[in-house]
Design a protein. Structure first.
Length: 202
């Protein structure tokens, strides 16, 4: 009986911080593998690679959500978490102000022929609206770097180990200098995709 109690005490001493580098390495590997699948899909329009890429994104996203909620009391860029999220290529954003540093970092990434993933709402939608008003960061970065925007939607609720989430990508397009108009266009595109996909039964 005492032996079982001792084992349980040891289990209670195990914390996620002790395995954070294992999680970090796993996410790096999954991100690299997902990137290879994305390139194959974009180059050869391979549907199997597209499905595998989407499933990998869901897995990576789920891991990040778990880590994020575990460390919710602190900023993502403090302490042991800083090198992890920095290594994942996450750009920190101060949502209390108009964070120009984040905008410049995003522009720098795009100017190096890389990809920036962004949720234009800037926060979790807790309203009854399908989408909240988009911030101008996405269209601003696209215009300043002459990059295409690829709108996407995520619909349905995530269920562990089940294909319960649908991720759809729209057609890439360029934006004009009228950022207000372009922001409205992007918001309309995403809203239309969400409405259409929400009606589908997975």
């Amino acid at each position: 009986m005492n032996d079982i109690k001792d084992r349980m005490d040891k289990l209670e001493d195990i914390k996620i911080e002790n395995f954070i580098w294992v999680i970090y390495i796993a996410i790096i590997f999954l991100s690299w593998y997902a990137n290879s699948k994305e390139k194959k899909y974009l180059l050869y329009n391979d549907e199997q690679s597209k499905r595998e890429y989407q499933n990998l994104l869901i897995l990576i996203f789920s891991i990040l959500v778990i880590v994020y909620y575990y460390f919710a009391k602190d900023s993502l860029y403090k302490g042991i978490k800083k090198p992890i999220f920095k290594g994942l290529g996450i750009i920190p954003v101060n949502r209390k102000i108009k964070d120009k540093n984040s905008l410049y970092k995003g522009i720098d990434v795009l100017n190096n022929d890389l990809v920036v993933g962004i949720f234009p709402e800037g926060t979790i939608n807790k309203t009854d609206d399908i989408v909240m008003n988009f911030k101008f960061g996405a269209v601003k970065m696209a215009y300043e770097t002459n990059s295409k925007i690829v709108p996407f939607s995520i619909t349905h609720k995530y269920k562990f180990l089940k294909k319960s989430v649908k991720i759809e990508y729209g057609k890439p397009y360029n934006v004009s200098s009228d950022l207000k108009k372009e922001n409205d266009i992007l918001m309309k595109k995403v809203k239309t995709m969400i409405i259409k996909n929400s009606e589908e039964v997975l």
